[in-house]
Design a protein around this ligand. Sequence first.
Ligand SMILES: [Zn+2]
Length: 128
Amino acid sequence: MMNSPEILGFAGIGVVVIAYAPQIIHLRKEHCSAGISLKAYSLWCVSSALFLIHAVMIRDIVFTVVQLINLVAIIVITLLVKRYGGYLCLTHLQAQQRRSATGASKGDPPVLLSAGVARRVIHRFASG
Ligand SMILES: [Zn+2]
């Protein structure tokens, strides 16, 4: 039987899962890596590994589970970014173009349309 602190902790774990899901779904579905820094995710990976070791050592089930989820999510996101890095979906591409038009993103690296967007654009040209 869980006590109140554990119930709160597992509710927090649910929020963590809900927070990661849109990022992972967007990467997987749209092949878009907009706004994701591999350097930041690398540091979070090290941080989560250290917290996981700490949580296991103090035998805290909530922090052990949340750090396992963090590590899995970070690894999945990192692998997807390595696969689709530099690609943007149409929405993020247009947002970047709007920033470029205002001169706000002069330092942004060049981008490629994600494969999914490219297929849709090709399909549109082919059928229109
Ligand atoms: Zn996107």
